[in-house]
Design a protein. Sequence first.
Length: 309
Amino acid sequence: MYYHRIDVPNDIRHIIGKTSIKKSLNTNSFSEAKRLFAPLYAETQALFAQARNRVSLTPKDIEILSQRWLKYQIAEIENGKAFGSFIVYEKYDVRAEADASEEVEEIHSIGEFLSRALESGYLAQLNWVGRHVDDLQSSNNLLIEKGGECYRALTEKMCWRLLELSRLSLNRYNGDWSTTPSALVSRSDELLSIESANKPAMCSPMSQSTYKPLSEVIKSFIAYKTQRGDWDAKTLSDVEGMCGQLMEYVGANTNPSTITREQLREFSVLLSKLPNNYARTARFKGMTLLQLAELSDSEDIKREHSRSI
């Protein structure tokens, strides 16, 4: 089994909480491991960059993030009708006159419990939404200081979102599909301040001139691996090709800390759509990755094998 492993730099180990990061690539194939390497490497470098700059959130960021989570959960409910996760099922016995017992199920929204948590403060709220907050950070490639002001604010906001979701779930369970959730997620597609090319984060300003672009990060890493003698000529060529594709997709001058997991997932999907041996085919010369993927979708073209991507 192949793994992606990288040492955490000394200056941010106390923030990351680890001396190294190790993640299974879930494959025994060397070529498949190489395909999975570039997105994971970019993701790890983005995490390191955020740790050094202590990314914090504006009130608008917190609103956008919480709405992103809510939008995803609503889609799960609308498509799969998975109401149970957000409704409390309470069962109790009712005694009849003949001392026979009958089990009755009553459905309640978890709103009452969430209202108490909102009144009780951070620790009570964390019990309800802590897992969701951490998942939200992970899916948006963020690193927020746990227990800090921004983390607490996001935790409280997520409690309100969970309250709204529980009410919607209860309505759906009772057959009421008339209520529309669109107003609840109207800002979910907006960019966070750190995702905007022209606007730095409020609590952790980061000048566009101070970050190390993705191209330089990749160049430094390749130089390091080459100096160590870790790669043969073919591996070096494969890695350079993959990293070149990544830079074409997200931009060579991109700030690594702004690359999201969603972008990396989309990049991986894009690679799976590329025509077989497109780099050595005259017909495809000069075409971008997106153009190649669109052409492959529209025509019956043999695609790259997953092991060779």
